[in-house]
Design a binder for this molecule. Structure first.
Ligand code: HEM
Ligand SMILES: *[C@@H]1O[C@H](CO)[C@@H](O)[C@H](O)[C@H]1NC(C)=O
Ligand SMILES: *[C@@H]1O[C@H](CO)[C@@H](O)[C@H](O)[C@H]1NC(C)=O
Ligand SMILES: *[C@@H]1O[C@H](CO)[C@@H](O)[C@H](O)[C@H]1NC(C)=O
Length: 472
Protein backbone atom coordinates (compact mmCIF):
# COMPACT_ATOMS: atom_id res chain seq x y z
CA UNK A 1 0.00 0.00 0.00
CA UNK A 2 2.70 2.44 0.91
CA UNK A 3 4.49 1.98 -2.37
CA UNK A 4 1.29 2.76 -4.21
CA UNK A 5 1.24 5.96 -2.30
CA UNK A 6 4.65 6.80 -3.66
CA UNK A 7 3.36 6.75 -7.15
CA UNK A 8 0.73 9.33 -6.89
CA UNK A 9 3.09 11.71 -5.28
CA UNK A 10 5.47 10.96 -8.09
CA UNK A 11 2.65 11.80 -10.42
CA UNK A 12 1.97 15.08 -8.70
CA UNK A 13 5.61 15.90 -8.92
CA UNK A 14 5.48 15.70 -12.69
CA UNK A 15 2.30 17.71 -13.07
CA UNK A 16 2.80 20.35 -10.46
CA UNK A 17 6.55 20.54 -10.07
CA UNK A 18 6.79 24.29 -9.80
CA UNK A 19 4.01 24.58 -7.31
CA UNK A 20 5.53 21.94 -5.10
CA UNK A 21 8.96 23.47 -5.36
CA UNK A 22 7.52 26.79 -4.33
CA UNK A 23 5.76 25.24 -1.38
CA UNK A 24 8.84 23.39 -0.26
CA UNK A 25 10.92 26.54 -0.44
CA UNK A 26 8.45 28.55 1.58
CA UNK A 27 8.30 25.85 4.23
CA UNK A 28 12.02 25.61 4.45
CA UNK A 29 12.85 29.25 4.75
CA UNK A 30 10.28 29.65 7.50
CA UNK A 31 11.04 26.66 9.62
CA UNK A 32 14.52 25.59 8.77
CA UNK A 33 15.87 26.03 12.27
CA UNK A 34 13.86 23.37 14.04
CA UNK A 35 13.66 20.80 11.31
CA UNK A 36 15.37 17.45 11.71
CA UNK A 37 18.71 17.56 9.86
CA UNK A 38 18.83 16.16 6.38
CA UNK A 39 19.33 16.56 2.73
CA UNK A 40 16.65 17.66 0.30
CA UNK A 41 18.47 16.50 -2.80
CA UNK A 42 17.60 18.00 -6.18
CA UNK A 43 14.70 20.38 -6.63
CA UNK A 44 11.37 18.61 -7.21
CA UNK A 45 12.64 15.05 -7.42
CA UNK A 46 14.53 15.43 -4.16
CA UNK A 47 16.03 12.09 -3.20
CA UNK A 48 13.32 10.07 -4.91
CA UNK A 49 15.57 8.58 -7.57
CA UNK A 50 18.13 7.41 -5.03
CA UNK A 51 15.36 5.79 -3.02
CA UNK A 52 13.85 4.03 -6.02
CA UNK A 53 17.16 2.69 -7.27
CA UNK A 54 18.02 1.42 -3.77
CA UNK A 55 14.66 -0.32 -3.37
CA UNK A 56 14.93 -1.89 -6.80
CA UNK A 57 18.01 -3.72 -5.62
CA UNK A 58 18.09 -6.71 -3.26
CA UNK A 59 19.81 -4.51 -0.69
CA UNK A 60 18.10 -1.16 -0.14
CA UNK A 61 19.54 -0.68 3.32
CA UNK A 62 22.41 1.65 2.40
CA UNK A 63 19.92 4.38 1.46
CA UNK A 64 18.73 4.49 5.05
CA UNK A 65 22.06 3.59 6.70
CA UNK A 66 23.95 6.46 5.07
CA UNK A 67 21.42 9.00 6.23
CA UNK A 68 21.08 7.59 9.72
CA UNK A 69 24.86 7.67 10.10
CA UNK A 70 25.06 11.27 8.97
CA UNK A 71 21.97 12.77 10.56
CA UNK A 72 20.67 10.37 13.19
CA UNK A 73 17.55 8.21 13.08
CA UNK A 74 15.13 11.07 12.40
CA UNK A 75 16.01 13.07 9.32
CA UNK A 76 14.53 15.23 6.62
CA UNK A 77 14.45 14.18 3.02
CA UNK A 78 12.40 14.98 -0.05
CA UNK A 79 10.46 12.14 -1.64
CA UNK A 80 7.86 11.89 -4.36
CA UNK A 81 7.38 15.60 -4.63
CA UNK A 82 7.19 16.52 -0.96
CA UNK A 83 9.57 17.25 1.88
CA UNK A 84 9.28 14.31 4.25
CA UNK A 85 10.48 13.55 7.74
CA UNK A 86 11.85 10.02 7.73
CA UNK A 87 11.94 8.13 11.01
CA UNK A 88 14.13 5.09 11.57
CA UNK A 89 13.68 5.46 15.31
CA UNK A 90 11.50 2.95 17.20
CA UNK A 91 10.28 5.45 19.81
CA UNK A 92 9.40 8.04 17.20
CA UNK A 93 7.61 5.44 15.09
CA UNK A 94 5.56 4.38 18.05
CA UNK A 95 4.75 7.99 18.85
CA UNK A 96 3.61 8.57 15.27
CA UNK A 97 1.40 5.47 15.20
CA UNK A 98 -0.12 6.08 18.62
CA UNK A 99 -1.00 9.67 17.80
CA UNK A 100 -3.00 8.79 14.73
CA UNK A 101 -5.98 11.12 14.61
CA UNK A 102 -4.47 13.49 17.17
CA UNK A 103 -1.17 14.76 15.76
CA UNK A 104 -0.97 12.74 12.56
CA UNK A 105 -3.34 11.23 10.09
CA UNK A 106 -2.86 8.72 7.35
CA UNK A 107 -3.14 10.29 3.96
CA UNK A 108 -3.57 8.55 0.65
CA UNK A 109 -3.39 10.23 -2.74
CA UNK A 110 -6.55 10.49 -4.79
CA UNK A 111 -5.55 7.83 -7.34
CA UNK A 112 -5.45 5.37 -4.46
CA UNK A 113 -8.64 6.56 -2.80
CA UNK A 114 -10.51 6.30 -6.10
CA UNK A 115 -9.53 2.67 -6.37
CA UNK A 116 -10.26 1.94 -2.74
CA UNK A 117 -13.61 3.70 -2.63
CA UNK A 118 -14.34 6.41 -0.12
CA UNK A 119 -16.01 4.12 2.42
CA UNK A 120 -12.99 1.91 2.92
CA UNK A 121 -11.54 1.50 6.40
CA UNK A 122 -8.21 2.88 5.25
CA UNK A 123 -9.77 6.22 4.37
CA UNK A 124 -12.12 6.56 7.32
CA UNK A 125 -11.37 9.04 10.09
CA UNK A 126 -12.53 9.83 13.60
CA UNK A 127 -15.35 8.01 15.32
CA UNK A 128 -16.54 6.14 12.27
CA UNK A 129 -13.02 4.79 11.84
CA UNK A 130 -12.90 3.77 15.48
CA UNK A 131 -16.15 1.87 15.25
CA UNK A 132 -15.39 0.15 11.98
CA UNK A 133 -11.83 -0.66 12.98
CA UNK A 134 -13.07 -2.47 16.05
CA UNK A 135 -15.71 -4.31 14.01
CA UNK A 136 -12.96 -5.45 11.63
CA UNK A 137 -10.72 -6.45 14.53
CA UNK A 138 -13.42 -8.67 15.96
CA UNK A 139 -14.12 -10.23 12.56
CA UNK A 140 -10.58 -11.61 12.56
CA UNK A 141 -9.95 -12.12 16.27
CA UNK A 142 -8.61 -15.38 17.64
CA UNK A 143 -11.91 -16.77 18.93
CA UNK A 144 -13.58 -16.22 15.55
CA UNK A 145 -10.66 -17.86 13.77
CA UNK A 146 -10.71 -20.76 16.21
CA UNK A 147 -14.45 -21.38 16.06
CA UNK A 148 -15.31 -20.45 12.47
CA UNK A 149 -12.51 -19.59 10.08
CA UNK A 150 -9.87 -22.23 10.76
CA UNK A 151 -11.85 -25.11 9.25
CA UNK A 152 -12.09 -23.38 5.89
CA UNK A 153 -8.53 -22.10 5.99
CA UNK A 154 -7.37 -25.68 6.43
CA UNK A 155 -9.68 -27.10 3.78
CA UNK A 156 -9.11 -24.50 1.07
CA UNK A 157 -5.33 -24.50 1.43
CA UNK A 158 -5.23 -28.29 1.24
CA UNK A 159 -7.44 -28.30 -1.85
CA UNK A 160 -5.21 -25.78 -3.58
CA UNK A 161 -1.97 -27.59 -2.79
CA UNK A 162 -3.42 -30.88 -4.02
CA UNK A 163 -4.22 -29.28 -7.37
CA UNK A 164 -0.66 -28.15 -8.07
CA UNK A 165 1.08 -29.44 -11.20
CA UNK A 166 4.81 -30.31 -11.18
CA UNK A 167 5.93 -26.77 -11.64
CA UNK A 168 4.23 -23.67 -10.23
CA UNK A 169 4.87 -20.01 -9.73
CA UNK A 170 4.56 -19.94 -5.98
CA UNK A 171 3.54 -16.29 -5.92
CA UNK A 172 0.62 -16.98 -8.27
CA UNK A 173 -0.54 -19.97 -6.28
CA UNK A 174 -0.29 -18.07 -3.02
CA UNK A 175 -2.43 -15.32 -4.50
CA UNK A 176 -5.10 -17.80 -5.52
CA UNK A 177 -5.08 -19.15 -1.99
CA UNK A 178 -5.38 -15.80 -0.26
CA UNK A 179 -8.11 -14.63 -2.62
CA UNK A 180 -10.18 -17.76 -2.12
CA UNK A 181 -9.78 -17.45 1.62
CA UNK A 182 -10.79 -13.80 1.60
CA UNK A 183 -13.90 -14.40 -0.51
CA UNK A 184 -14.92 -17.23 1.78
CA UNK A 185 -14.31 -15.29 4.97
CA UNK A 186 -15.92 -12.07 3.82
CA UNK A 187 -18.99 -13.43 2.08
CA UNK A 188 -19.08 -17.22 2.40
CA UNK A 189 -18.40 -18.01 -1.25
CA UNK A 190 -16.60 -21.24 -2.04
CA UNK A 191 -13.98 -21.31 -4.78
CA UNK A 192 -15.46 -21.79 -8.20
CA UNK A 193 -16.22 -19.99 -11.46
CA UNK A 194 -17.70 -16.96 -9.76
CA UNK A 195 -14.72 -16.43 -7.46
CA UNK A 196 -12.23 -17.00 -10.25
CA UNK A 197 -13.84 -14.51 -12.60
CA UNK A 198 -14.03 -11.99 -9.77
CA UNK A 199 -10.34 -12.59 -9.13
CA UNK A 200 -9.44 -11.84 -12.75
CA UNK A 201 -11.07 -8.40 -12.54
CA UNK A 202 -9.64 -7.87 -9.14
CA UNK A 203 -6.08 -8.51 -10.31
CA UNK A 204 -6.52 -5.62 -12.75
CA UNK A 205 -7.61 -3.38 -9.89
CA UNK A 206 -4.51 -4.32 -7.91
CA UNK A 207 -2.30 -3.48 -10.88
CA UNK A 208 -3.77 0.00 -10.76
CA UNK A 209 -2.42 0.50 -7.25
CA UNK A 210 1.08 -0.11 -8.46
CA UNK A 211 0.86 1.54 -11.84
CA UNK A 212 3.12 4.55 -11.97
CA UNK A 213 0.66 7.26 -12.92
CA UNK A 214 2.73 8.60 -15.76
CA UNK A 215 1.27 8.91 -19.26
CA UNK A 216 2.87 5.66 -20.33
CA UNK A 217 0.99 3.81 -17.61
CA UNK A 218 -2.37 5.55 -17.92
CA UNK A 219 -3.92 2.53 -19.63
CA UNK A 220 -3.12 0.37 -16.63
CA UNK A 221 -4.78 2.84 -14.33
CA UNK A 222 -7.83 3.26 -16.56
CA UNK A 223 -8.16 -0.48 -16.87
CA UNK A 224 -7.98 -0.70 -13.09
CA UNK A 225 -10.75 1.87 -12.63
CA UNK A 226 -12.92 -0.02 -15.11
CA UNK A 227 -12.20 -3.33 -13.43
CA UNK A 228 -13.05 -1.78 -10.09
CA UNK A 229 -16.46 -0.93 -11.50
CA UNK A 230 -16.99 -4.55 -12.47
CA UNK A 231 -15.83 -5.90 -9.12
CA UNK A 232 -18.08 -3.41 -7.34
CA UNK A 233 -21.01 -4.46 -9.53
CA UNK A 234 -20.45 -8.14 -8.75
CA UNK A 235 -20.19 -7.37 -5.07
CA UNK A 236 -23.36 -5.24 -5.00
CA UNK A 237 -25.25 -8.13 -6.53
CA UNK A 238 -24.05 -10.29 -3.68
CA UNK A 239 -25.07 -7.66 -1.15
CA UNK A 240 -28.57 -7.36 -2.63
CA UNK A 241 -29.03 -11.12 -2.63
CA UNK A 242 -27.91 -11.34 0.94
CA UNK A 243 -30.38 -8.65 1.98
CA UNK A 244 -33.16 -10.74 0.44
CA UNK A 245 -31.93 -13.86 2.21
CA UNK A 246 -31.90 -11.96 5.46
CA UNK A 247 -35.50 -10.96 5.01
CA UNK A 248 -36.33 -14.63 4.63
CA UNK A 249 -34.51 -15.23 7.89
CA UNK A 250 -31.36 -16.84 6.47
CA UNK A 251 -28.36 -15.49 8.35
CA UNK A 252 -24.75 -16.17 7.41
CA UNK A 253 -21.99 -15.51 9.92
CA UNK A 254 -19.31 -13.68 7.97
CA UNK A 255 -18.03 -10.15 7.52
CA UNK A 256 -20.86 -9.26 5.18
CA UNK A 257 -23.33 -10.59 7.73
CA UNK A 258 -21.81 -8.35 10.39
CA UNK A 259 -22.10 -5.33 8.09
CA UNK A 260 -25.71 -6.09 7.28
CA UNK A 261 -26.59 -6.44 10.94
CA UNK A 262 -25.14 -3.00 11.70
CA UNK A 263 -26.62 -2.19 15.11
CA UNK A 264 -26.96 1.47 14.10
CA UNK A 265 -29.26 1.05 11.15
CA UNK A 266 -26.93 -0.73 8.75
CA UNK A 267 -24.98 0.59 5.81
CA UNK A 268 -25.84 1.36 2.21
CA UNK A 269 -24.85 -1.07 -0.52
CA UNK A 270 -22.15 1.30 -1.71
CA UNK A 271 -20.64 1.58 1.76
CA UNK A 272 -20.58 -2.17 2.17
CA UNK A 273 -19.03 -2.75 -1.24
CA UNK A 274 -16.25 -0.22 -0.63
CA UNK A 275 -15.59 -1.71 2.74
CA UNK A 276 -15.33 -5.28 1.47
CA UNK A 277 -13.21 -4.32 -1.48
CA UNK A 278 -10.66 -2.59 0.72
CA UNK A 279 -10.40 -5.66 2.93
CA UNK A 280 -9.73 -7.78 -0.12
CA UNK A 281 -7.03 -5.36 -1.20
CA UNK A 282 -5.37 -5.13 2.22
CA UNK A 283 -5.24 -8.85 2.85
CA UNK A 284 -4.38 -10.26 -0.54
CA UNK A 285 -0.98 -9.01 -1.72
CA UNK A 286 0.45 -8.88 1.78
CA UNK A 287 -0.41 -12.40 2.88
CA UNK A 288 0.44 -14.04 -0.44
CA UNK A 289 3.80 -12.31 -0.55
CA UNK A 290 4.64 -13.38 2.96
CA UNK A 291 3.71 -16.98 2.07
CA UNK A 292 6.04 -16.91 -0.92
CA UNK A 293 8.93 -15.27 0.87
CA UNK A 294 8.77 -17.59 3.86
CA UNK A 295 9.30 -20.48 1.44
CA UNK A 296 12.18 -18.67 -0.22
CA UNK A 297 13.92 -17.94 3.08
CA UNK A 298 13.38 -21.50 4.29
CA UNK A 299 14.71 -22.95 1.06
CA UNK A 300 17.85 -20.87 1.51
CA UNK A 301 18.16 -21.90 5.17
CA UNK A 302 17.96 -25.73 5.02
CA UNK A 303 18.58 -26.14 8.74
CA UNK A 304 15.45 -24.09 9.53
CA UNK A 305 13.41 -25.95 6.94
CA UNK A 306 14.43 -29.29 8.44
CA UNK A 307 13.39 -28.15 11.90
CA UNK A 308 10.08 -26.84 10.60
CA UNK A 309 9.38 -30.12 8.80
CA UNK A 310 10.04 -32.05 11.95
CA UNK A 311 7.59 -29.93 13.91
CA UNK A 312 4.85 -30.47 11.34
CA UNK A 313 5.53 -34.13 10.74
CA UNK A 314 5.03 -34.63 14.44
CA UNK A 315 1.69 -32.86 14.38
CA UNK A 316 0.62 -34.84 11.33
CA UNK A 317 1.71 -38.10 12.94
CA UNK A 318 -0.82 -37.50 15.73
CA UNK A 319 -3.60 -37.02 13.19
CA UNK A 320 -5.06 -38.91 10.28
CA UNK A 321 -3.66 -38.05 6.88
CA UNK A 322 -6.53 -35.78 5.93
CA UNK A 323 -7.75 -34.69 9.35
CA UNK A 324 -8.06 -30.93 9.64
CA UNK A 325 -5.86 -28.86 11.91
CA UNK A 326 -7.61 -27.53 15.00
CA UNK A 327 -6.74 -24.65 17.29
CA UNK A 328 -4.67 -26.70 19.69
CA UNK A 329 -2.62 -27.97 16.75
CA UNK A 330 -2.06 -24.37 15.73
CA UNK A 331 -1.01 -23.57 19.28
CA UNK A 332 1.58 -26.33 19.26
CA UNK A 333 3.80 -24.92 16.52
CA UNK A 334 6.40 -22.94 18.46
CA UNK A 335 9.09 -23.05 15.81
CA UNK A 336 6.61 -22.12 13.09
CA UNK A 337 5.79 -18.98 15.05
CA UNK A 338 9.48 -18.12 15.06
CA UNK A 339 9.56 -18.60 11.29
CA UNK A 340 6.48 -16.40 10.88
CA UNK A 341 7.96 -13.61 12.99
CA UNK A 342 11.30 -13.82 11.27
CA UNK A 343 9.78 -13.76 7.80
CA UNK A 344 7.73 -10.69 8.69
CA UNK A 345 10.82 -9.03 10.12
CA UNK A 346 13.14 -9.66 7.21
CA UNK A 347 10.62 -9.23 4.38
CA UNK A 348 8.83 -6.11 5.67
CA UNK A 349 5.93 -6.31 3.28
CA UNK A 350 4.73 -2.93 4.48
CA UNK A 351 8.07 -1.21 4.84
CA UNK A 352 6.58 1.72 6.69
CA UNK A 353 3.59 4.00 6.86
CA UNK A 354 3.02 7.50 5.56
CA UNK A 355 1.33 10.08 7.72
CA UNK A 356 0.71 13.80 7.56
CA UNK A 357 1.26 16.06 10.56
CA UNK A 358 -2.00 17.83 11.41
CA UNK A 359 -0.23 20.27 13.67
CA UNK A 360 3.35 21.34 14.40
CA UNK A 361 4.73 18.34 16.24
CA UNK A 362 7.79 18.21 18.49
CA UNK A 363 9.84 15.06 18.23
CA UNK A 364 13.30 14.48 19.69
CA UNK A 365 13.93 18.20 19.98
CA UNK A 366 12.90 18.91 16.40
CA UNK A 367 9.73 20.31 14.93
CA UNK A 368 7.79 18.58 12.21
CA UNK A 369 5.83 21.40 10.56
CA UNK A 370 2.09 21.10 10.21
CA UNK A 371 1.11 19.64 6.86
CA UNK A 372 4.37 17.79 6.33
CA UNK A 373 4.63 14.18 5.27
CA UNK A 374 6.12 11.75 7.74
CA UNK A 375 7.36 8.27 6.96
CA UNK A 376 7.64 5.89 9.92
CA UNK A 377 9.98 3.23 8.58
CA UNK A 378 9.30 -0.14 10.20
CA UNK A 379 11.87 -1.73 7.96
CA UNK A 380 14.69 0.52 9.17
CA UNK A 381 14.09 -0.62 12.74
CA UNK A 382 13.66 -4.31 11.91
CA UNK A 383 16.94 -4.36 10.01
CA UNK A 384 18.97 -2.27 12.44
CA UNK A 385 21.99 -4.15 13.81
CA UNK A 386 21.71 -2.33 17.15
CA UNK A 387 18.23 -3.71 17.70
CA UNK A 388 18.55 -7.20 16.21
CA UNK A 389 21.80 -9.12 16.20
CA UNK A 390 22.86 -10.03 12.65
CA UNK A 391 19.76 -8.13 11.67
CA UNK A 392 20.09 -8.82 7.96
CA UNK A 393 20.19 -12.59 8.27
CA UNK A 394 17.12 -14.81 8.33
CA UNK A 395 17.43 -16.62 11.63
CA UNK A 396 14.17 -17.88 13.16
CA UNK A 397 16.03 -19.11 16.25
CA UNK A 398 16.44 -15.55 17.48
CA UNK A 399 12.78 -15.69 18.50
CA UNK A 400 13.43 -18.57 20.86
CA UNK A 401 15.17 -16.23 23.31
CA UNK A 402 12.71 -15.14 25.99
CA UNK A 403 13.23 -11.39 25.47
CA UNK A 404 10.25 -9.43 24.27
CA UNK A 405 10.95 -7.29 21.22
CA UNK A 406 8.70 -4.54 22.65
CA UNK A 407 8.15 -1.68 20.26
CA UNK A 408 11.13 -2.66 18.14
CA UNK A 409 9.02 -5.15 16.21
CA UNK A 410 5.91 -3.82 14.50
CA UNK A 411 5.29 -5.62 11.20
CA UNK A 412 1.57 -4.89 11.51
CA UNK A 413 1.87 -1.26 12.52
CA UNK A 414 0.24 -0.13 15.75
CA UNK A 415 -2.07 2.33 17.42
CA UNK A 416 -5.58 3.01 16.11
CA UNK A 417 -4.68 1.65 12.67
CA UNK A 418 -3.07 -1.57 13.82
CA UNK A 419 -3.65 -4.16 11.10
CA UNK A 420 -6.95 -5.90 11.87
CA UNK A 421 -5.75 -8.92 9.89
CA UNK A 422 -2.65 -9.62 11.96
CA UNK A 423 -3.87 -12.81 13.59
CA UNK A 424 -5.57 -14.05 10.45
CA UNK A 425 -2.41 -13.55 8.41
CA UNK A 426 -0.36 -15.48 10.98
CA UNK A 427 -2.78 -18.39 11.08
CA UNK A 428 -3.06 -18.54 7.30
CA UNK A 429 0.69 -18.58 6.89
CA UNK A 430 1.11 -21.27 9.57
CA UNK A 431 -1.52 -23.55 8.07
CA UNK A 432 -0.05 -23.02 4.63
CA UNK A 433 3.41 -24.01 5.88
CA UNK A 434 1.97 -27.07 7.61
CA UNK A 435 0.37 -28.48 4.49
CA UNK A 436 3.25 -27.44 2.29
CA UNK A 437 6.01 -29.17 4.24
CA UNK A 438 3.98 -32.27 5.08
CA UNK A 439 2.74 -32.86 1.53
CA UNK A 440 5.33 -31.50 -0.78
CA UNK A 441 9.03 -31.12 -1.30
CA UNK A 442 10.32 -28.60 -3.78
CA UNK A 443 13.35 -27.03 -5.36
CA UNK A 444 13.55 -23.61 -6.97
CA UNK A 445 13.11 -23.92 -10.74
CA UNK A 446 15.21 -20.86 -11.45
CA UNK A 447 17.28 -18.40 -9.56
CA UNK A 448 15.09 -15.60 -8.32
CA UNK A 449 15.81 -12.52 -6.28
CA UNK A 450 14.06 -10.10 -4.01
CA UNK A 451 13.22 -6.54 -4.94
CA UNK A 452 11.43 -3.95 -2.86
CA UNK A 453 10.05 -1.56 -5.43
CA UNK A 454 7.27 -0.99 -6.37
CA UNK A 455 6.36 -3.70 -3.86
CA UNK A 456 8.27 -6.35 -1.98
CA UNK A 457 8.35 -9.40 -4.20
CA UNK A 458 10.64 -11.72 -6.11
CA UNK A 459 11.41 -10.85 -9.69
CA UNK A 460 10.22 -14.09 -11.25
CA UNK A 461 7.26 -14.93 -8.98
CA UNK A 462 9.34 -17.74 -7.45
CA UNK A 463 8.95 -20.72 -9.78
CA UNK A 464 9.42 -24.08 -8.05
CA UNK A 465 9.48 -27.72 -9.07
CA UNK A 466 7.13 -29.72 -6.93
CA UNK A 467 7.26 -33.31 -5.75
CA UNK A 468 4.63 -35.03 -3.61
CA UNK A 469 6.03 -36.47 -0.44
CA UNK A 470 5.27 -40.16 0.02
CA UNK A 471 2.29 -40.65 2.32
CA UNK A 472 3.65 -41.90 5.61
C1 HEM B 1 1.41 -10.44 6.27
C2 HEM B 1 0.27 -9.84 6.13
C3 HEM B 1 -0.03 -8.42 6.52
C4 HEM B 1 0.81 -7.39 6.85
C5 HEM B 1 2.33 -7.39 6.93
C6 HEM B 1 -0.04 -6.25 7.12
C7 HEM B 1 0.44 -5.01 7.54
C8 HEM B 1 -0.36 -3.92 7.82
C9 HEM B 1 0.12 -2.66 8.33
C10 HEM B 1 1.58 -2.31 8.65
C11 HEM B 1 -0.95 -1.84 8.48
C12 HEM B 1 -0.95 -0.41 9.03
C13 HEM B 1 -1.08 0.62 7.94
C14 HEM B 1 -1.09 2.01 8.53
O1 HEM B 1 -0.88 2.20 9.73
O2 HEM B 1 -1.31 2.97 7.75
C15 HEM B 1 -2.13 -2.58 8.02
C16 HEM B 1 -3.41 -2.07 7.98
C17 HEM B 1 -4.50 -2.79 7.55
N1 HEM B 1 -4.55 -4.14 7.26
FE1 HEM B 1 -2.98 -5.40 7.21
N2 HEM B 1 -1.35 -6.60 6.96
C18 HEM B 1 -1.40 -7.92 6.59
C19 HEM B 1 -2.52 -8.68 6.36
C20 HEM B 1 -3.82 -8.22 6.40
C21 HEM B 1 -4.99 -9.04 6.23
C22 HEM B 1 -5.03 -10.55 6.02
C23 HEM B 1 -6.06 -8.19 6.28
C24 HEM B 1 -7.51 -8.60 6.14
C25 HEM B 1 -8.36 -8.54 7.08
C26 HEM B 1 -5.56 -6.85 6.51
C27 HEM B 1 -6.32 -5.71 6.61
C28 HEM B 1 -5.84 -4.46 6.92
C29 HEM B 1 -6.67 -3.26 6.97
C30 HEM B 1 -8.15 -3.17 6.66
C31 HEM B 1 -5.83 -2.22 7.37
C32 HEM B 1 -6.22 -0.75 7.57
C33 HEM B 1 -6.53 -0.50 9.02
C34 HEM B 1 -6.90 0.94 9.28
O3 HEM B 1 -6.54 1.84 8.51
O4 HEM B 1 -7.58 1.15 10.29
N3 HEM B 1 -4.19 -6.91 6.58
N4 HEM B 1 -1.72 -3.85 7.66
C1 LIG C 1 -13.97 -11.63 19.21
O1 LIG C 1 -15.08 -10.95 18.66
C2 LIG C 1 -16.32 -11.41 19.11
C3 LIG C 1 -17.40 -10.62 18.39
O2 LIG C 1 -17.27 -10.76 17.00
C4 LIG C 1 -16.46 -11.23 20.63
O3 LIG C 1 -17.70 -11.76 21.07
C5 LIG C 1 -15.30 -11.96 21.31
O4 LIG C 1 -15.32 -11.70 22.69
C6 LIG C 1 -13.96 -11.52 20.73
N1 LIG C 1 -12.91 -12.36 21.27
C7 LIG C 1 -11.72 -11.91 21.62
C8 LIG C 1 -10.73 -12.92 22.09
O5 LIG C 1 -11.44 -10.73 21.57
C1 LIG D 1 -7.29 -31.34 18.09
O1 LIG D 1 -6.59 -32.40 17.46
C2 LIG D 1 -5.79 -33.15 18.36
C3 LIG D 1 -4.94 -34.12 17.55
O2 LIG D 1 -5.66 -34.69 16.52
C4 LIG D 1 -6.70 -33.86 19.37
O3 LIG D 1 -5.94 -34.61 20.28
C5 LIG D 1 -7.49 -32.79 20.13
O4 LIG D 1 -8.43 -33.40 20.98
C6 LIG D 1 -8.22 -31.87 19.16
N1 LIG D 1 -8.74 -30.75 19.92
C7 LIG D 1 -9.99 -30.34 19.82
C8 LIG D 1 -10.36 -29.17 20.67
O5 LIG D 1 -10.78 -30.87 19.08
C1 LIG E 1 6.23 -12.86 17.51
O1 LIG E 1 6.01 -11.48 17.57
C2 LIG E 1 4.96 -11.07 18.42
C3 LIG E 1 4.82 -9.58 18.30
O2 LIG E 1 4.26 -9.24 17.05
C4 LIG E 1 5.24 -11.48 19.84
O3 LIG E 1 4.16 -11.13 20.68
C5 LIG E 1 5.46 -12.98 19.90
O4 LIG E 1 5.83 -13.36 21.18
C6 LIG E 1 6.54 -13.39 18.90
N1 LIG E 1 6.60 -14.85 18.84
C7 LIG E 1 7.67 -15.51 19.19
C8 LIG E 1 7.64 -16.99 19.05
O5 LIG E 1 8.65 -14.97 19.63
Amino acid sequence: MDSALYFLILFLSTILPLLLLLRATVFFSRRRRHLPPGNLGLPVVGETLQLISAYKSPNPEPFIDERVNRFGPVFTTHLFGEPTVFSADPETNRFILQNEGKLFESSYPSSISNLLGKHSLLLMRGNLHKRMHSLTMSFGNSSIIKDHLLVDIDRLIRLRLDSWPDRVFLMEEAKKITFELAVKQLMSFDPGKWAESLRKQYVLVIEGFFAIPLPFFFTTYHRAIKARGKVAEALSLVVRKRREERERGEIKKDMLGALLEGDDGGFSDEEIVDFLLALLVAGYETTSTIMTLSVKFLTETPHALAQLKEEHDQIRARKGESQALNWSDYKSMPFTQCVVNETLRVANIIGGVFRRAIDDVNVKGYTIPKGWKVFASLRAVHLNQDHFKDARTFSPWRWQAPTSPGNLYMPFGGGPRLCPGYELARVQLSVFLHHLVTRISWVPAEEDRLVFFPTTRTQKRYPIIVQRRAVS
